[in-house]
Design a binder for this molecule. Structure first.
Ligand code: NDP
Length: 283
């Protein structure tokens, strides 16, 4: 079997065109969706992510503000800025780029974002709402993965879904969304015994562990849908996922590539969350 490729660039483009139209309609009624992105420090990867987010906003017709601080900034300066942005009616979404420098308490920073503007969905109030099945903001990466299933007409009800990774930003919310879609969900992590036993049972396999080409063809059930969240840099500078794409695409029925799969969807869903926040605000 040769898997169908789930093209994240194409899906992202279609969704962004729709968001642009909705943003224009909202702007005509006096509300332009606005996103504020805070970056602390000079981490090159974070700088690229922030630039991409700000550019995506501009292309979709959103207002965006980028606020940068040196790595040794006093945390109180950031808390003060968050309080200002929380009260700013032109800003509907606030995002603090992670990771923060070591002298920051990241949990406290995330908690200082107004839950109604927490477009990453990391505030405890929003995590709780997701757990209870009435999410306000869905974390962008798993939200993007769910869009793949919806777009490709993949019915999750009753399916065996296995998630590799249990981070707060990907694995845990991913598992929760799959559960809410009535899949039977198994979450694996670094202490899981016999990982391949679980992966071979999976109708839906989501890999989010951050290990280059970790999932090989012999670990995948023929016909499974494989979503590769991983982004790993190889010694030659190229990017690859957590899945051995060449081998697994011969076994799976559908697969996301890296790059060009989940990655473009993550920023797209940040736009979705910002737009939804602005639409809610505008009534
Ligand atoms: P974390 O490092 O926070 O979490 C990794 C998870 O994988 C942990 O739960 C860890 O288990 C588990 N794990 C690590 N090694 C193994 C192993 N050998 N067997 C089983 N489980 C293992 O990573 P993130 O969740 O933040 O990100 C995961 C990957 O997704 C990364 O490659 C990251 O770059 C990528 N990513 C991609 C995004 C995109 O837009 N495409 C967005 C966000 C992340 P334990 O908890 O026991 O340590």
């Amino acid at each position: 079997m040769t898997a169908r490729i789930l093209d994240g660039n194409a899906l992202a483009q279609r969704l962004r065109a729709d968001f642009k139209t909705r943003a224009e309609a909202l702007a005509a009624r006096g509300t332009r969706p606005g996103l504020a992105v805070i970056l602390v420090g000079e981490d090159p990867a974070s700088q690229v992510y922030v630039r991409n987010k700000v550019n995506a906003c501009a292309q979709a017709g959103f207002h965006s503000v980028r606020i940068s601080y040196p790595p040794d900034v006093e945390p109180q300066v950031v808390f003060d800025k968050l309080a200002e942005l929380n009260a700013d009616p032109a800003i509907h979404g606030i995002l603090v780029q992670l990771p923060l420098p070591k002298h920051f308490d990241s949990d406290a920073v995330l908690k200082a974002i107004a839950p109604a503007k927490d477009v990453d969905g990391f505030h405890a109030e929003n995590v709780g709402a997701l757990m209870q099945g009435h999410p306000r903001f869905i974390p962008c990466t798993p939200y993007g993965v769910m869009k793949f299933f919806a777009d490709a007409g993949i019915d999750l009800r009753g399916k065996e879904a296995v998630v590799l990774g249990r981070s707060n930003i990907v694995g845990k919310p991913m598992a929760m969304l799959l559960l809410q879609a009535s899949a039977t969900v198994t979450v694996c992590h670094s202490q899981t015994r016999d990982l391949a036993f679980h992966t071979r049972r999976a109708d839906i396999l989501v890999a989010a562990l951050g290990k280059a080409r970790f999932v090989t063809a012999d670990m995948v059930k023929p016909g499974a849908v494989v979503i590769d969240v991983g982004i790993n840099r190889l010694p030659d500078g190229k990017l690859c996922g957590d899945v051995d794409f060449a081998g697994v695409s011969e076994v799976a029925s559908a697969i996301t590539p890296v790059p060009g799969g989940v990655g473009p969807m993550t920023i797209t869903m940040l736009l979705a969350n910002t737009l939804e926040a602005a639409e809610r605000e505008a009534g």
